[in-house]
Design a protein around this ligand. Structure first.
Ligand SMILES: [Zn+2]
Ligand SMILES: [Zn+2]
Length: 342
């Protein structure tokens, strides 16, 4: 085995399956055989050319899982064959953020698989051993390959802080929101409301534990919230647009925590910033949290977090081009798509 296949982003919304040389792991690294790799909303930003850090040609895929195929120098050889998930942030390993387990904040700049270095939409790739986390036997490659819908909402919930009884509003019906609502339920939230405009996802949100869903194409947010408007303790903007962040500030209660989670395509502006003063609001933001993977695995193992219903479509890597075309032309049908590699 000297060559392998990779799905390569070559230009705006263009993906080609190409042959690549299988790399050798260096010191402290392993060669991973990828078994599942997710297709995330962030990947759609990348493919459309609107992600500020991604430039073609690039192998996307910042969420992936597989088995250790070969170990490099200094890595315990008994890891060979281990089922693992991969954290996508490749830090410098030396700065204070990397040393405290916060590689997503590395002082040398973001270096992330599938964003600005080749990622998991390929059969084999080399990853540092410290980026690996163990998959419990009961967690499938497919579930772990859904990746950042597990880790990023964990980071958001941790950062914003959810206390028992808090009313939580999540703006946006993406797959991460469908996980986040389960995480805030685990934290003992009071009323959980999810807003969006994709019927299939809103129905799933109800099934997964949201107390109320709001279709923003059918009714205004404030009207639909009724007496909960101005009484939300936590509001998460999982869309990342000026309009949704403005909505978040307007419906937040006094002393509420507002969290920016959705990936903005650029600076956000024209916001009712005076709300911060009148309501004594706090704003936080998050990207991912490498240290929270084991906790996510534990939730999955216990069954308190259920990600399988969110995985709506599976594709083979050979179908990469069709997969991307399908996802772009069927935004109402897709919830979460994952590449499955044999
Ligand atoms: Zn992602
Ligand atoms: Zn660093």
């Amino acid at each position: 085995m000297s060559s392998c296949r990779a799905a390569v982003w070559t230009g705006i919304n263009r993906v080609e399956v190409q042959e690549r040389t299988v790399p050798a792991p260096g010191p402290g690294e392993v060669l991973l055989r990828v078994r599942a790799a997710g297709i995330c909303g962030t990947d759609l930003h990348i493919l459309s050319g609107t992600h500020p850090q991604a430039k073609p040609p690039l192998v996307p895929g910042h969420e992936f899982a597989g088995e250790v195929f070969r170990t490099g120098e200094g890595v315990d050889a008994s890891l060979t064959g281990a089922r693992v998930g991969v954290d996508s942030y490749r830090g410098c390993g030396e700065c204070p953020y990397c040393r405290s387990g916060n590689r997503q904040l590395c002082e040398k700049g973001t270096c992330e698989f599938g964003i600005n270095i080749d990622g998991g939409w390929q059969e084999y790739l080399v990853v540092p051993v410290e980026n690996l986390y163990d998959l419990p036997d009961s967690v499938s490659y497919l579930e772990a390959g859904a990746g950042c819908v597990l880790n990023c909402p964990m980071a958001a919930v941790e950062m914003v802080g959810v206390d028992a009884g808090d009313n939580v509003l999540i703006l946006g019906d993406g797959p991460s929101s469908l996980v986040m609502l389960q995480l805030v339920r685990i934290k003992g939230a009071g009323k959980i409301v999810v807003s969006g405009h994709r019927q299939r996802r809103l129905k799933l949100a109800r099934e997964l534990g949201a107390d109320q869903v709001i279709n923003t194409h059918e009714s205004g947010l404030t009207d639909a919230l009724g007496e909960l408007a101005g009484r939300m303790h936590v509001v998460v903007d999982a869309v990342g647009k000026s309009e949704t962040l403005a909505d978040a500030l307007m419906v937040a209660g006094k002393r509420a925590r507002v969290h920016l989670f959705g990936l903005p395509e650029g600076p956000l502006g024209d916001l009712p910033m005076d709300e911060f003063l009148w309501k004594e609001l706090t704003l936080t933001g998050s990207t991912g949290a490498p240290s929270l993977w084991p906790a996510a695995m534990e939730y999955l193992q216990q069954g308190s977090l259920n990600v399988s219903p969110i995985i709506s479509h599976r594709f083979s890597l050979e179908q990469a081009r069709e997969a991307v075309d399908y996802i772009l032309s069927n935004p109402l049908r897709i919830v979460k798509a994952v590449f499955e590699l044999s």
